[in-house]
Design a protein. Structure first.
Length: 275
């Protein structure tokens, strides 16, 4: 079969990759999803959106990352609903368990890197050495791929941040203090980081101004929460929340200037001097 270039694919190749998203192995499905993002082809968007419903968190993370790379705003509603799905306590528990499995390398998907599939002659020392090296590389790639599952919330939020849609603000901000009964600094920090990226990509419009003004109050509330019993573990997350709050103030200042609005309250003007 004739091959397309690195920047283009033949229709048959595109179809083969889309069909690959239905593969039996989660590793294979995730691999196809990641590759689609590297090509940034519009025809992959619908298939990747459907892949957000995959039962495996690794595959969902891969699909989300690629949707962010391709940059089609039609993916925003599904990315938001998928993030909401992973806020479910049962789904969050599965992700935490997944993260532990990746960290301890107790989650291992079957790879295609065995000697038979590689076609390497292992009857001599050089052949065996090459086969061992390739297998090691394949295992490391698998490990990196599987980390997509343990970071699925961040992958979805980061994709939304790249798309720069105001509808994502509330969905991402919910993770600043979610779940409320057992807040986790990792989710809070990732949410704050993604919000900073989202704010930068959102256009300087009235809609953006309204969205970030509501976000500002939420960030202030989160930054004031007392977590004395877990102060050290929250230090990085709290610092990131404060940095995101500064980003909101800077964005408000830029939008108001562009829209010929007042510069804000005295408190904001003083705060701006330190941003």
């Amino acid at each position: 079969m004739q091959k397309g270039s690195m920047n283009t694919l033949l229709d048959s190749e595109i179809n083969d990759m889309i069909n690959g998203l239905q593969g039996e192995s989660p590793r294979i499905r995730a691999g196809y999803a990641i590759t689609m993002g590297e090509y940034r082809i519009q025809k992959f968007v619908d298939a990747l959106i459907k892949t957000l419903d995959d039962e495996d968190a690794m595959v969902v993370g891969a699909a989300a990352r690629s949707l962010g790379e391709i940059g089609d705003e039609c993916a925003v509603p599904k990315l938001i609903s998928t993030l909401d799905r992973f806020k479910n306590s049962n789904e969050m528990f599965k992700v935490e368990r997944y993260a532990y499995g990746v960290l301890t390398k107790t989650i291992v998907y079957k790879t295609q890197s065995d000697d038979a599939n590689l076609g390497i002659d292992t009857s001599d020392k050089e052949g065996k050495k090459i086969a061992d090296a390739v297998t090691k590389v394949a295992q490391e790639l698998d490990f990196e791929l599987q980390k997509l599952g343990s970071r699925v919330h961040y992958e979805i939020m980061n994709a939304l941040a790249k798309l720069g849609d105001y509808r994502a603000v509330t969905a991402i901000a919910d993770l600043l203090s979610f779940p409320s009964e057992d807040p986790m600094p990792g989710y809070c920090e990732d949410s704050a980081i993604s919000l900073s990226k989202l704010i930068d990509t959102m256009p300087n419009t009235e809609t953006t101004l309204n969205a970030i003004q509501a976000l500002e109050q939420q960030l202030i509330s989160v930054s004031k929460e007392r977590r004395s019993s877990i102060k050290y573990s929250w230090e990085t997350a709290n610092n990131q929340v404060r940095e995101t709050l500064k980003a909101v103030i800077r964005k408000k200042r830029a939008i108001r200037k562009e829209l010929n609005r007042s510069t804000g309250s005295l408190w904001e003007r003083v705060f701006n001097r330190h941003c």
